[in-house]
Design a binder for this molecule. Structure first.
Ligand code: PXL
Length: 274
């Protein structure tokens, strides 16, 4: 069985980061280890959430794992608690990133033109360095614009996106998938690979501003890569799974405001793996 480490926060309520990565990657047949970067009472859309930074623990966890000879087929990084952790994660990439280890980084810090509470421009600048160490980065369009240093645009076109790709490539990024791209009445992802191949996956826009869909995309995409899917097929599967989940969530008129009902669509995901 392949083994991955998911490095992101635990939001005790809210269905995001580890509480999405763990069930999704496990359902995809991958042993999922975790490094919690912070523990929050609930994700940051809740008022008055508590936040405990777990940076102190990260070097110790790493040291113990190295002493045990632990290796990983994949490393998935999402929400980090602080700029300080970026350097720590960089060392984890160096120590555990073997030639055949797939490193996927979701540089979580912003959405819909706005930076999440607790982050700032310093963080946006610092995460760019980590991006160049990953095999794939999967920012949403807001994060991609901030990392590239271009103004965010609500409505965008391919020229705008190509310019972002060019800047990210100059910064040393290998493969980029930009998510949450709206063009016309469609929403999807646009990808540029290190060999300059490009593809996009668009579906009819589902107007549902739920939290955690980026985490769902990143986990599914990474799980599909570890199931030996090509980049394009992995991205298509991830887009479809997010769309299926949004549709199921909206059908449930008792859905929660803070997260999607991915639990009900795991059978769909498993079927698609067969
Ligand atoms: O879904 C990304 C995410 C992860 N973790 C925390 C968050 C968010 C988005 O706001 O608040 C704590």
């Amino acid at each position: 069985m392949k083994r991955i480490v998911s490095i992101q926060d635990i939001s005790c309520i809210g269905k995001c980061s580890q509480t999405i990565a763990l069930p999704v990657l496990s359902a995809m047949g991958i042993e999922t280890s975790i490094i919690p970067t912070a523990i929050l009472s609930a994700h940051t859309m809740f008022p008055d959430f508590t936040f405990r930074d777990l940076s102190e623990d990260i070097p110790q966890i790493k040291k113990h794992w190295l002493s045990q000879g632990v290796t990983f087929d994949g490393i998935l990084t999402g929400y980090l608690g602080s700029v300080r952790q970026i350097e720590m994660i960089s060392e984890i990439y160096r120590d555990f990133g073997a030639d055949d280890t797939v490193i996927v980084l979701d540089p979580v810090f912003a959405d819909k033109g706005r930076i999440y509470p607790g982050f700032d421009m310093e963080y946006a600048g610092a995460i760019a360095g980590l991006c160049s160490q990953a095999d794939y980065i999967v920012p949403n369009i807001t994060e991609a614009a901030y990392i590239a240093g271009v103004p965010y645009r609500d409505v965008c076109d391919m020229d705008y996106i190509e310019n972002i790709f060019d800047i990210l490539t100059q910064k040393g990024v290998k493969n980029t998938i930009i998510t949450s791209v709206h063009i016309g009445d469609e929403n999807g992802i646009v990808c540029r690979l290190s060999d300059n191949r490009r593809f996009s996956v668009f579906r009819k826009n589902i107007d549902a501003p739920f939290h955690g869909t980026g985490d769902l995309f990143a986990s599914t995409f990474t799980g599909a890569l570890l199931n030996n899917f090509s980049t394009k097929v992995a991205a298509e599967l991830a887009v479809d799974y997010v769309n299926e989940t949004l549709t199921a969530t909206l059908k449930n008129n008792k859905h929660n405001w803070y997260g999607v009902d991915f639990e009900t669509t795991l059978p769909y995901l498993i079927d698609r793996l067969r």
